[in-house]
Design a protein around this ligand. Sequence first.
Ligand code: SAM
Length: 373
Amino acid sequence: MMGAQHTADTVEAAYYEYCRERGRPYFGRHMWASQGLPLRHVVMQELVRLEARGAGGRPIHILEVGSWAGGSAITWAEAIKRYAGVGQVICVDPWKPYFNPKDRPDAPVYHCMAEALAHDTVYDLFTHNVAAAGHSDVVLALRGQSTTVLPMLPREYFDLVFVDGDHSYNAARSDLTAATGLVREGGILCGDDLELQLSEIDMPYAQTQLHADYIRDPRSGKEFHPGVTLAVGELFGPVSCVVGCWATRKSGGRWQTISMSVMMPAEENVPRHLKSQDPAQDPAFCTWLAARQAPKARPASSFPANGSVETETCHTAEGEVRTFLERLVGLCEQGAYHEAMAYYDRHRNTVTQDPVLIEFDRLVGTLRQKLAA
Ligand SMILES: C[S@@+](CC[C@H](N)C(=O)[O-])C[C@H]1O[C@@H](n2cnc3c(N)ncnc32)[C@H](O)[C@@H]1O
């Protein structure tokens, strides 16, 4: 079991490197890049659609507190472009350690997040993901604590403010309080991770858990974020909420419910960057990985990179395995899967029985079945 998990983690780490190298957004398990339920992002995009409808073509300004690897920032940017055409997403996050993983020994997610923050790799992944998704033109990162940055932002300016930073009670309450002054009249204040509302929890117990991120409520038996439930409930009372994404509208200086019942999210509407990625089902990645694991190559000039598959030759010296695989990677990356199969069939038997290739044969079998289906 440990061995299987180790292999899965190694493949995931390699997939992360592959996405980085090839300029693709990465939202797999490595660094817990994808946070929360992907379905929530459907609701988030619906909120933008709602705002854009009333905006009459003017730009939509969104403020996000807490951005991690950029999953939600990309969701907002995509929705702005789709529904409003123009606008901006400002992301406030220090991308620095903000909790002690020793306080949270129960879940691996915290250790994984703490390690990524300690090595300062999350901000780097955020910028990579936003650029790879094609949204650097709309997303602006302000790297700093919300307590420092929010007071510097223009008041009553944002059409939508999304609060998803530190979920402990004091931090959540402070962020929400600051955010109320930044939403324009008629705009939306919303957030993530509201699994239970105040009336549904054992309040006295929750009040003993103000530093906690995620706990089980003894009354309902359900897991929830006590800081978010307490802060939202105290400041706004019951709010509109779908799959943990909650929202309230500023109207006449008060906060009103929003009709979110029509926003029931469907899996097929999850934004593309958050659709689950199984690296083993990605032929271009599999060939890339196999090529990386193959013995060192001879100079690249000894084989054609993008020439016709009919004219190329395969080599029989030590670089042949890499040559063979790199040619396959090139074809798969161009989406030329059938050509890749034909090339494979023509040359496979001329290449030595390297262990990497024997493993690779299995992947090719899977790809062949998928192409035939
Ligand atoms: C749950 S993650 C955000 C997930 C992100 N919104 C998404 O959906 O992909 C929480 C984020 O809050 C950030 N954070 C922690 N303390 C913060 C603070 N004081 N101000 C702003 N962001 C903070 C963390 O660095 C982390 O990136």
